[in-house]
Design a protein around this ligand. Sequence first.
Ligand code: DGL
Length: 262
Amino acid sequence: MNIDMPIGFMDSGLGGISVLREALKLMPREDYIYYGDSLNAPYGVRPTEEIRALTVAVVEKLLGHGIKGLVVACNTATSAAVRYLRENYSGLPIVGIEPAVKPAVEMSHGGRILVMATPMTIAQEKYKRLLKRYAVGREIVSVPCAGLMEFVESGDFEGKDLNGYFEEHLAPYLTDDTETIVLGCTHYPFIRPQLKAYLDNDGISIIDGSAGTAREIKRRLMVEGLLQSDRKENGTVTIFNSLNNNEIIERSEALLKMNLVY
Ligand code: DGL
């Protein structure tokens, strides 16, 4: 591994671009290579073994391009495979993402915390341990959101359909004391404006783990002496997708540039 290699990012599809965006803000001089596995998406409704095998296959592709660090920019893939990856690729700095439960608890005033995530993220032991650790004395409620990532994958940001989704899948969990919503899937930050409009309540904070994950890969690369230091110009972003067509690459690039008002 050397300093001039790109940082690898993977996701089941386009969601991990929300994490890549944060990394670009923090480390603009780095090169990035992003691999979205949209052909096999969604991961979040598949059995653990299958998610692990798909994740490893993507990681192998990224390694084939030569990467100096890996961000598993998918909560589902992290919960199913990050331990395996750490055991089997021990020389590689690897950072995963998990639902931002800890920051939600730290900023909370005792109200209800909702965690929106894929059914598989919620079912994993890793997530249960996370809740056990931080949920003491808090009301943290998991909201399984099968079918929500598809809106982002297909570029369907039409408020009407999304509102229908929120009405059916989120509304039953919303209470007067709901204080924070954690976006526990990397696709969801792209529909945050629609969610905010749907909630129409400034008293509810919407948070996600993308900035924290970007900070963590920066820290890891710094510790390893693998961060660009003397480069003057901005780095490059190369996007691959298992669907292997122009449309999905263009949609990925659009998400990378999308202006998200928080
Ligand atoms: N982006 C993925 C995550 O963060 C999930 C989407 C999927 O179900 O594949 O969990």
